[in-house]
Design a protein around this ligand. Structure first.
Ligand SMILES: Nc1ncnc2c1ncn2[C@@H]1O[C@H](COP(=O)(O)OP(=O)(O)OP(=O)(O)O)[C@@H](O)[C@H]1O
Ligand code: SF4
Ligand SMILES: [Mg+2]
Length: 398
């Protein structure tokens, strides 16, 4: 893989690679519709025959807004608003969507770093909500996170031995010698020298710092890792090294990833399945090949159309999403996407779009979309003789 980088104005938050990235895996295989939450009645299970490591059911995370002199609860930022999906062991589940749609909040709520407002998260069959604080602390070793910013996420005053070792200490590994061996093994696993333990973050390059961040997660011997934009802050030349390292570590240690990114080519490269978020909701979910070849939600179609490298056949039929994502404090009625939806406009603005919230439902093998007119996508899009332009954004709540 080469040449990841560059941002076209149409894609806004979505980075576009300078060169094509060839996906190595995933093709929308397998998948069985299963019953789930009231908001998402049919969510495809992971492909293949493996059991799910992570199961998320109707997860909600609201941030309260306090107002007035008495600091009363006046509203909520609905950052994650009823998300259900599952991730199979050793799977890479990619998560994409515009800035502010709730990707990071979802990742942190899954790990109980920010406890969810409601909903369920099960890791390895264990309901995290049912765990006592001490049990949750021990469970945390199994669930780790790698952050976007390799500079900000490492304490500049700590040597590498402490940065990687403090999590081990918190998990009760008191024996210094054993701890240092784990630290050195982790450094070696991410391609760094064992004797780097005495160095400080400022002595490393950006790519090396991200490797330290990965080593810190790895040292705890996790099963599930949330990678929150782990390559976005890195030089283009380094990005592919880190992606390949993550894939190697997945093989070596049997890891399972939730991989959050803006860059659709990066997600295509690394993911087995992909979920698309819009305004706190999962609006589409499918195997990576299926999603990139046959998107069934107008939002996904628009995102992909802004990246010619991943949508070559249709590169000239670009759909430009106008307007900003509405506020998650007061999302639009019915389908949250309706004020910006090009398909709704092509269909003559059917009332149902602004009155009835479309559920995430099965639209193909291992493929789900939250759109009342998912079956009209191909036809309407292919009819477009020239670039389709989405309507201007309407006020939130319209
Ligand atoms: N601690 C918080 N308190 C209040 N609102 C928050 C908090 N954290 C996030 N939000 C809001 O929740 C929404 C989702 O934010 P989040 O950071 O999860 O989005 P994101 O998809 O990760 O965006 P980006 O791609 O820019 O990282 C945003 O409107 C954000 O302002
Ligand atoms: S339900 Fe209507 S507004 Fe929502 S994505 Fe589908 S066509 Fe667009
Ligand atoms: Mg984020």
């Amino acid at each position: 893989m080469s040449g990841l980088g560059g941002i076209p104005p149409e894609a806004r938050d979505l980075e576009v690679p300078a060169a094509t990235v060839v996906p190595t895996n995933g093709s929308g295989r397998g998948g069985v519709a299963t019953g789930s939450s009231p908001a998402h009645d049919e969510v495809p299970a992971p492909p293949g025959d493996g059991t799910a490591l992570l199961e998320v059911e109707d997860l909600v995370k609201y941030f309260p807004i306090l107002g007035g002199v008495l600091r009363r609860h006046v509203a909520d930022v609905k950052a994650v608003d009823g998300v259900s999906f599952s991730v199979k062991r050793r799977e890479v589940f990619g998560l994409v969507g515009e800035s502010g749609c709730g990707k990071t909040t979802l990742g942190r709520a899954l790990l109980y770093l920010q406890p969810p407002t409601s909903g369920r998260v099960r890791l390895d069959g264990q309901d995290l909500h049912a765990l006592k604080p001490e049990q949750l602390r021990r469970m945390r070793a199994k669930m780790q996170i790698i952050f976007q910013d390799p500079y900000g996420s490492l304490n500049p005053r700590m040597p590498v031995s402490d940065i990687i070792g403090e999590g081990l200490l918190a998990q009760g590994l008191k024996d210094h010698r054993v701890r240092m061996k784990r630290v050195e093994d982790s450094l070696e696993a991410v391609g760094l020298r064992r004797d780097y333990t005495r160095r400080y973050p400022h002595e490393f390059s950006g790519g090396q710092r991200q490797r330290i961040g990965i080593a810190r997660a790895l040292a705890l011997n996790p099963e599930f890792v949330v990678c929150d934009e782990p390559v976005s802050a890195l030089d283009v030349s380094i990005q592919s090294q880190i992606l390949n390292l993550l894939l190697d570590l997945r093989e070596q240690f049997g890891l399972t990833y939730l991989f959050i990114a803006h860059n659709l080519s990066v997600v295509q490269y690394i993911s087995d399945r992909v979920g698309v978020m819009y305004l706190g909701r999962m609006v589409e979910l499918a195997g990576v090949g299926e999603l990139y070849e046959r998107p069934r939600h107008p939002y996904t179609v628009a995102l992909l159309s802004a990246v010619p490298e991943v949508d070559r056949a249709r590169a000239r039929k670009r759909i430009v999403l106008r307007g900003d994502v509405p506020s998650p404090v007061n999302p639009p009625s019915g389908c949250h996407f309706h004020p910006r939806c090009w398909l709704r406009e092509r269909l003559g603005n059917p009332e149902i779009c602004s009155t009835v919230d479309p559920r995430l439902h099965v639209v193909g093998e291992g493929h789900a979309a939250a759109c009342h007119f998912a079956d009209r996508i191909e036809q309407e899009r292919d009819r477009a003789a020239k670039p389709v332009v989405a309507p201007a954004s309407a006020p939130a709540g319209a």
